[in-house]
Design a protein around this ligand. Structure first.
Ligand code: GLN
Length: 491
């Protein structure tokens, strides 16, 4: 049952070969049996009540294609019925009075919430080891990290604990864990998906997106996930191009004549041989499908790391100032005065990576350094966007390369070295800085410890609003390869 894609489950549900209640029961049992630490909160009674409601809708004949299908949400999306912690002790006991727009959109579509998924604290990280609730394990190899920050989402879909999950991507957090766990994920154009109720990390970069087994499933999910939201001030309006569209419309489009740009900076020093081999093999498949490969350059790629690690912490330091122990979140038990209460509540509530970023962010925004760091980083951000502009459209239609320089690393291998973690984001950060859509598609396996196999992801980057095109390209690839159908044996 759990190896079915969302698309297949939809057919089974609509033709009444399976009920939503049966599905929810099945997946809840798998969640219970799993020891990946992917789920932070489950509430079986609540899930089953939603499933019963979905069954009633399907029986009435008024249900859409996603009705009755279980989905799990990254714990960065707030929910009324489940706790919302953002992977932080600061919000350890927090329950939101409202649902995030993404959560309510999927609920309106009749999807059934399976629970909330582990993630790096406030989405800061690349390995899920920054969660206050413990690391998530990679289902392909339990000695490996699942990637981050949407590590719980990726591990849950890969281990078939859920047919779909939500994730968020600020600098790679959908694409990189999708790659490390061998699933498909897409980060839409910035502003496509509402950030309302998505606990903020870096507001000019944060973007929600779907994670599932296939590109087709991601397209179906995006159909209900995107759209203008007046409660999000950076949500793109219909006039700006954020119109309701059918993201499945290009799934059948042949790839003949497609020009694929290969940035030389994505295939240079630092790229592991096993990852390169899998990515090149995928490119060969695209050539067989009629595409042509074009060498391009994104000269400012290396600058994306310093630019991102100035801009993201700057925004984080501002966003996280709301956690002062007064309004909501953790408050220290003992303090002498108001200032002491702030200090102790924040020192106790935030983990080391979050504290590090608040300090870096505050530093680069302070009077004497603002021009030297923050303004410089913003200028570089524009240049990075210009690099993409010069390539996309005129020289190539899409860009392809690896998602990450290596396969998933061992748990603990980089946990004391923040810079080593930051460097692993080299191929994903620039897409986020430019606000472009990008996706990760499983394309093979590399080598882990003790002969284990660890998945490799192919990255596909498109132009603004190019999601349907990316999904179509990925779907065509998934028609001639079977990497996306592979599932780990252990949960
Ligand atoms: N790894 C990056 C970071 O730590 C990206 C995280 C994300 O996309 N949320 O900031």
């Amino acid at each position: 049952m759990h190896n079915n894609t969302l698309k297949q489950l939809s057919v089974l549900l609509q033709s009444k070969q399976v009920s939503s209640t049966e599905l929810a029961t099945h997946y809840l049992a798998r969640v219970k049996a799993s020891n990946l630490n992917a789920f932070l909160h489950v509430d079986e009674a609540l899930t089953l009540a939603q499933a019963a409601a979905a069954d009633a809708r399907i029986a009435e004949g008024s249900a859409g294609p996603l009705a009755g299908i279980p989905i799990a949400h990254k714990d960065i999306f707030v929910t009324r019925d489940w706790r919302s912690t953002a992977g932080s002790k600061m919000l350890g006991n927090y329950t939101s009075p409202f649902d995030a727009t993404v959560v309510s959109k999927f609920a309106q579509a009749g999807m059934v919430t399976l629970g909330k998924l582990n993630c790096d604290e406030f989405a800061m990280g690349s390995s899920n080891e920054n969660s206050a609730f413990g690391a998530v394990r990679n289902p392909w190899d339990k000695l490996a990290v699942p990637g981050g920050s949407s590590g719980g989402s990726a591990a849950a879909v890969a281990a078939r604990l859920a047919p779909a999950a939500t994730g968020t991507d600020t600098g790679g957090s959908i694409r990189q864990p999708a790659a490390f766990c061998g699933i498909t994920g897409i980060k839409p154009t910035y502003g496509r998906v509402s950030r309302f109720g998505m606990i903020a990390f870096a507001s000019s970069l944060d973007q929600g997106g779907p994670m599932a087994q296939t590109a087709e499933d991601c397209a179906l999910l995006l159909n209900d996930m995107t759209g203008f939201d007046e409660r999000d001030s950076t949500s793109l309006t219909a006039e700006q191009g954020n119109v309701r569209e059918d993201y499945t419309r290009e799934l059948a489009t042949p790839l003949k004549g497609l020009r694929i740009g290969l940035p030389k900076e994505y295939f240079g020093e630092g790229l592991a041989a096993d990852v390169e081999q899998a990515v090149r093999a995928a490119l060969d498949e695209f050539v067989k499908l009629g595409a042509t490969l074009v060498d391009i350059s994104l000269p400012r790629t290396a600058l994306s790391i310093p630019a991102y690690y100035i801009i993201a912490p700057a925004e984080a330091s501002s966003n996280l100032s709301r956690f002062d122990g007064v309004r909501y979140g953790h408050r220290a038990e003992k303090y002498t005065n108001l200032n002491d209460m702030y200090k102790k509540s924040r020192a106790e509530g935030f983990g080391p990576e979050v504290q590090r970023r608040i300090m870096v962010g505050t530093y680069v925004l302070c009077h004497g350094y603002y021009d030297a760091y923050y303004v410089q980083a913003q200028k570089i951000r524009r240049m990075i966007a210009d690099d993409f502009k010069a390539a996309l459209g005129s020289v190539c239609d899409v860009i392809m390369g690896p998602v990450a320089p290596t396969v998933a690393w061992d748990l603990g291998a980089k946990s004391n070295d923040p810079v080593a973690n930051y460097l692993a984001d080299i191929y994903t950060l620039s897409t986020s800085l430019a606000g472009l859509p990008g996706m990760s598609v499983p394309c093979g396996f590399g080598q882990g410890e003790k002969n284990s196999k660890r998945p490799v992801g192919l990255q596909i980057i498109g132009n603004y609003f190019g999601e349907a095109k990316l999904l179509g390209i990925a779907h065509q690839y998934q028609q001639v390869t079977d990497w996306h159908t592979r599932a780990p044996s252990d949960i």
